[in-house]
Ligand binder design. Structure first.
Ligand code: GLU
Length: 447
């Protein structure tokens, strides 16, 4: 990935200096900038207005202490973050991640990606992201509740239904959103749509839980249709076994694919007959267990410890676990095994080397900011329902989600074509996502 445009090259060198210890953030900026060179050549007005210089600097970055007491009565301290990256298109919007790896670099890369992803949805959503280096693994419900309450006690003053609307991400699901919402309501004495991904009894939207995974498959269908094929009869490998992976597997299966592998951070399972999703949901959603337990329920399946899931031969690969989980070597193996399409369900799961290999070998490749946008898009639909004090049927939300994913695909293809990038969806997503934000920033004056 090289940046040749002199202005962007200089700017990127400066960004490297100012964010020296933030490799994931620099990786995300480098990817976006290399796609935007064609825009920089065509649109000198955007350079003059300092749009590129401004878009890489968060409007606000908050870091705070989260102190709580564990079940053994020991005081514990974690670090919380919220990056309010860009509000040109709407209130800051993006998830909260609880994972021990969370740091400023990861929150900033996620917040940066979120700007363009949210723009692609066509809804009025700015970009933000948050989290903490808290590890929910092995914690009791009481510990998770006290942590969430402590986290929200600080965050509450920075967010609001028209200011910043967080949601879930890795380690933050329905349970955590419930605790966070309860604490916000207690502090502000206000029942508003300040969080999305809420439970259905208190303002959540139907389809939100399924939306990222379903949306990913709707996007893959569009991509495959461009080559005259579909998910029907395809062998699909999906990394991860969290919310995105489970509902990607559910929709892929409903569309006639055979999902043969899933993973977690310890290893992966292979079930050549197609994974039994009732079992996966029981293990992951009900018991919060490990994927290795699958073989206790399904004896013909295999469990392999370690990160080798990309060695399982497949037609379609859906990385749905976490950033930088699919490397150049994995991409080469997928190519060798005849894989025809890769679509990111996680945020930036494929390294730049892996993406290059997919492009060089003519593999259909969908970047997460386009293909996983169904989650945040449905959050936008949850906000719309909350604002009108109504709730829509499953069919209505699902139908809107499908339409949004189709439009994202169409707009990415068109932007790539308009700027001479062929059918490169990475370029298309970055260009289409960026241009809408850039026009809004131009109109709103220097900020
Ligand atoms: N965390 C999800 C994402 O990466 C969803 C964010 C949201 O719904 O606000 O897009």
């Amino acid at each position: 990935m090289t940046i040749q445009h002199p202005y962007l090259q200089n700017l990127f060198a400066d960004i490297q200096k100012r964010n020296a210890n933030e490799p994931e953030f620099l990786q995300a900026v480098a990817e976006v900038f290399s796609s935007l060179e064609v825009v920089a050549y065509k649109r000198p007005d955007l350079l003059e207005a300092g749009i590129f210089d401004r878009i890489v600097e968060p409007e606000r970055m908050i870091s705070f202490r989260v102190a709580w007491v564990d079940d053994a009565n020991t005081v514990r301290v974690n670090r919380g973050y919220r990056v309010q990256f860009n509000s040109a298109l709407g209130p800051y919007k993006g998830g909260i991640r609880f994972h021990p790896s969370v740091n400023a670099s990861i929150i900033k890369f996620l917040g940066f990606e979120q700007i363009f992803k949210n723009s692609l949805t066509g809804l009025l959503l700015g970009g933000g992201k948050g989290g903490a280096d808290f590890d929910p693994k092995g914690k009791s419900d009481g510990e998770v509740m006290r942590f969430c309450q402590a986290f929200m006690t600080e965050l509450a003053r920075h967010i609001g239904a028209h200011t910043d609307v967080p949601a879930g991400d890795i380690g933050v699901g329905a349970r955590e959103i419930g605790f966070l919402f309860g604490q916000y309501k207690r502090l502000q004495n206000e029942f508003t749509g300040v969080l999305t991904g809420k439970g259905l009894t208190y303002g959540g939207s139907l389809v939100r839980k399924e939306a990222t995974g379903y949306g990913l498959c709707y996007f893959v269908q569009e991509m495959l249709a461009s080559k005259g094929t579909s998910l029907a009869g395809k062998r699909v490998v999906i990394s991860g076994s969290g919310n995105v992976a489970i509902y990607a597997a559910e929709k892929a299966t409903a569309l006639g694919a055979c999902v043969i592998a899933l993973s977690d951070s310890s290893g992966y399972i292979v079930d050549p007959k197609g994974v039994n999703l009732a079992v996966i949901k029981e293990i992951k959603e009900v018991r919060r267990g490990r994927i290795s337990e699958y073989t206790q329920y399904v004896p013909h399946a295999e469990y392999h410890p370690g990160f080798g899931i990309w060695n399982v031969p497949c037609d379609v690969a859906l990385p749905c676990a976490t950033q930088n989980e699919l490397h150049g070597e994995d991409a080469a193996v997928l190519v060798k095994n005849g894989c025809i399409a890769v679509a990111e369900g996680a945020n930036m799961p494929c390294t730049p080397e892996a993406v290059d290999i997919f492009h060089e070998n003519g593999i259909l490749f969908a970047p997460g900011k386009a293909s996983n946008a169904g989650g945040v898009a449905t959050s936008g639909l949850e906000m719309a329902q909350n604002a009108s004090f109504l709730s829509w049927s499953f069919e209505e939300v699902d139908c809107r989600l499908q339409q949004i994913m189709k439009n994202i695909y169409k707009n990415c293809r068109k932007a790539a074509e308009d700027y001479g990038c062929g059918d490169n969806l990475v370029a298309g997503a970055n260009i289409a996502g960026f241009l809408k934000v850039a026009e809004a920033m131009l109109a709103q004056g220097v900020f």
